[in-house]
Design a protein around this ligand. Structure first.
Ligand code: BGC
Ligand code: NOJ
Length: 813
């Protein structure tokens, strides 16, 4: 069953039923001001940091679902009926409801009783504000006399404190209203120099005190003032400040009117906070021109057009046309768009991430670069330098940092022994994309300590050495608190209810080892060696290669189980992920990653591992983490066994790691298998089973319930997941085979046998490559011609004569 359809031409997903199985979300903003918006206008906004600078309130895990939002009400002043064109919060019956989620905007609307209304929500580029354009058309044959209302609830900035510290917060709320603009200034009187504002193009009334707007014991579905048709011009003192505007809509038959609302964030210079100086009144001179500008509908339209062009250019870096519509749609539009969201948010703010639990993850953000770096390399560069500055002098890393302060967040823990290697992979993705070697010489602090600056290259060396000084009894890397699988906690031994598996460690961790980290070390070590070589550091390069060779030998001796790669050794030195285990005999991570890294390609191990994955882990909805699922809690395994079988890391289909197997299959030359795995979890290809899948069909979810779960096939935790970057990377760079390398753009497709070929456009280092691949045989060997001339090998040379467009033809046989 479907709940809408793709409009690929407009790059939109159109939802045609408001009560989707879960709120179907979009993101507004792609720079510093962000918002989450659901298909019924639920969600919230923040500036840079979803925890520390939350502008509006949202009620997570509430009933009814998805409460707190950008709410618009219309009231027919004759019949006194009122409704919300976005369905929520009134949930009044509507006709022709649609929500169009597009690139950085959403348009939500409907018709009711001859009144058509929709609101376009978006954040203009370069601004710290969002615009709501409400358009109302009277389709009746008679005049309509309506009132319109728009409302939000302010959050008192720190979302964690806002949701817990009521004895203080019920006293601090303050607003000002001037020229019809509502200014939210809680704590501005003391240490803050920022405020929020909510403005309207034609205000006739307002409210800023929640209780005055809603009425006692009423909810957003039935505000007393909206019911009565008049706001009360209340001024909030303490309690819960809100922003509500009223407008008049007198519309003749066929007449249309547009009202603009602007919600924004503004900072003043500390010494210039008040006007007049010495008063307690906000200095509004610095913000008024911006407000006036965007309350003008013509300016708002121009800003939407700019946003459209921005996305056209950003997505235009890579476009493909294959025989598979789901591949095209995800690669050309939605998967790339999701990569922007994961780059911006990491795992911090979604419908499933509350914005207060996590900041930007070290391993997460580094991996996110794989799907993002080609879109805006300059921002990738900045992110890499920020991440590296939170690295510890040991080469280890804070697991997370707060985006506002850019400081490591100790609450979330550290000592995840895979973390450092992702920095090498992230930096190399940047180098391959841009060829900008200067980044390696950038001085970067350790642990944000002034004076500790060393070139970024040294950070990579410390990442590599971190593992070498943490090897276990078999010579494999010690796992630390966990590796990629946050829930395989082999040193935790937690028997206390509620204790965090992410921060509790009981053992000194000198025994438990990870085969996954061994594979990662080999992969990252080879990347580092290639970087060193390009820099002419031959001796260093051979040292890195020497160490990876040693690790390979250890993997062969202690990391192979006969048919597949082992997963780990526990604190007792016992195997995990072995045929000898009772449960958890085979895992995806070590097998997928070793194959991806090319480990065991020559001696048949990779092929055998991929066969075993296909046999034991693959399902019609994707590949599960391990089998058999853990049926009970194992003290020595930790959080993985805390989940009921089939969910999350306990044998769920973790979509993030499926692409490792896809890439592994391409390394074996198996294009059919790789694309088949790709399609099983491709959200667009799952659109038809929307009532089972339940999450948005236009973005990946972190997890699909595995075959051991009663809800097999149900997706959870959409949007913020490493799945976005890895799937993008797998399909574009390994299956379509249009791959960045330190030497240039490589073309090596491993596509399904029944594809006659495909065409693609790739903008790479300022040159546009028009690529056409034609299949003439069953295999994967490719012969390339560049502008009509045959070339050796599969790296397209950069045009020597400064040409900006190059035509590449590839014949597969
Ligand atoms: C989840 C993991 C996540 C970890 C850290 C665990 O509860 O299962 O997927 O990585 O928390 O936030
Ligand atoms: C989600 C986390 O964000 C990521 O860092 C981790 O690798 C996976 N869960 C697996 O546990």
């Amino acid at each position: 069953m479907k709940f809408g359809y793709f409009d690929d031409k407009k790059r939109e997903y159109v939802i045609t039923q408001p009560d989707t199985p879960l709120p179907w979300i979009n993101y507004l903003g792609c720079e510093a001001y962000f918002g989450i918006i659901s298909n019924t206008a639920g969600g919230y906004s923040f500036y840079r940091d979803a925890r520390l600078r939350r502008l509006t309130r949202y009620r997570y895990n509430n009933v009814p679902l998805d409460f707190g939002g950008r709410y618009v009400y219309l009231r027919d002043n004759e019949s006194k009926e009122f409704w919300s064109p976005s369905w929520q919060p009134t949930r009044h019956d509507l006709e022709d409801y649609t929500c169009r989620h597009g690139m950085g905007y959403s348009v939500i609307g409907s018709s009711y009783d001859g009144i058509e209304a929709h609101t376009r929500y978006f954040v203009p580029l370069g601004e710290n504000l969002e615009i709501w354009q409400l358009t109302v058309t009277n389709r009746r044959e008679t005049k309509a006399t309506l009132s319109g209302f728009a409302s939000i609830e302010f959050c008192l900035w720190d979302a964690q404190d806002d949701a817990t510290n009521f004895q203080r917060n019920f006293n601090t709320g303050q607003v000002e209203v001037e020229d019809g603009v509502i200014y939210h200034k809680t704590e501005y009187r003391e240490r803050r120099n920022h405020f929020a504002y909510f403005a309207c193009s034609e205000p006739v009334g307002f409210d800023t005190q929640r209780e005055a707007f809603l009425g006692r014991y009423r909810g957003w579905d039935k505000p007393e003032t909206v019911e009565a048709g008049a706001l009360s011009n209340s001024i909030a003192h303490g309690w819960s400040p809100i922003g509500a505007h009223q407008v008049s809509l007198e519309l003749g038959p066929g007449e249309t009117k547009q009202i603009v609302f602007v919600l924004g964030y503004h900072e003043n210079p500390v010494e210039d906070k008040f006007d007049p100086a010495g008063s307690q009144t906000i200095n509004k001179k610095t913000v008024k021109p911006t407000i006036a500008k965007y309350l003008n509908g013509v300016e708002a339209d121009a800003a939407v057009e700019k946003l459209r062009l921005y996305w056209e250019q950003t997505l235009g870096v890579f476009q493909v046309n294959t025989p598979d519509i789901h591949t095209n749609r995800m690669v050309n539009i939605w998967n790339a768009y999701q990569c922007m969201a994961t780059f911006n948010m990491s795992r911090s703010a979604s419908f499933y991430e509350s914005g207060i639990g996590r900041g930007l993850g070290f391993r997460d953000s580094n991996q996110d670069l794989l799907g993002f770096v080609h879109m805006v390399p300059s921002r990738a560069r900045e992110r890499i330098l920020d991440l590296a500055a939170t690295q510890l002098p040991t080469g280890g890393a804070y697991h997370q940092y707060q985006p506002l302060t850019k400081r490591g967040n100790n609450d979330i823990g550290g000592g995840f022994n895979d973390d450092p290697h992702w920095l090498i992979i992230g930096v190399n993705a940047y180098l391959k994309e841009t060829g900008d070697w200067s980044i390696l010489d950038e001085p970067v602090q350790y642990d944000n300590e002034p004076g500790s600056e060393q070139p970024l290259y040294e950070h990579l060396q410390r990442s590599f050495n971190y593992t070498l000084s943490r090897l276990g009894p078999h010579g494999l890397p010690l796992i630390g608190r966990a590796d990629w699988n946050d829930c395989l906690n082999l040193n935790c031994f937690s028997d206390t209810p509620g204790q965090s598996f992410q921060t509790t460690t009981n053992k000194d961790g000198k025994v438990a080892e990870s085969v996954f980290i061994a594979g990662l070390f080999v992969y990252a070590g080879r990347e580092l060696a290639a970087i060193a070589k390009m820099r002419g550091l031959e001796t260093e390069a051979s040292r890195y290669i020497g160490e990876t060779e040693k690790m390979l030998a250890v993997i062969n001796e202690h990391g192979w189980d006969g048919e597949w790669f082992l997963r780990a050794y526990d604190d007792f030195g016992r195997k995990i992920g072995s045929k000898d285990c009772e449960e958890g005999k085979i895992f995806i991570e070590s097998n997928g990653f070793c194959a991806l890294a090319g480990i065991g390609l020559e001696d048949g191990k990779a092929a055998s591992a991929m066969d075993a994955v296909g046999k034991h882990l693959a399902t019609k909805h994707g590949i599960v983490v391990q089998q058999p699922a853990y049926s009970k809690y194992y003290l020595e395994l930790g959080e993985i066994s805390s989940y009921p079988p089939g969910y999350k890391e306990n044998a769920g289909i973790f979509c993030h790691v499926n692409p490792w197997v896809m890439i592994g299959e391409t390394r074996l030359g198996h294009g059919d298998a790789a694309h088949d795995y790709y399609s099983r979890i491709n959200p667009s290809a799952r659109e038809e089973i929307g009532d089972l899948h339940r999450c948005e069909p236009y973005v990946y979810a972190q997890m699909i319930a595995g075959k051991d779960a009663p809800t097999f096939g149900e997706a959870k935790n959409s949007w913020l997941t490493g799945t976005a970057a890895w799937n993008y990377y797998a399909i574009v760079q390994w299956i379509l085979g249009i791959r960045t390398s330190l030497d240039g753009l490589e073309i090596a497709p491993v596509i399904p046998k029944n594809w006659p070929g495909f065409t693609a456009t790739r903008r790479f280092r300022d040159v546009v490559y028009e690529i056409a691949i034609e299949r003439r045989g069953d295999g994967n060997s490719i012969a390339l011609t560049v502008d009509g001339e045959a070339i050796e090998g599969n790296v397209v040379p950069t045009p020597a004569d400064g040409r900006k467009t190059v035509t590449v033809k590839g014949i597969l046989s």
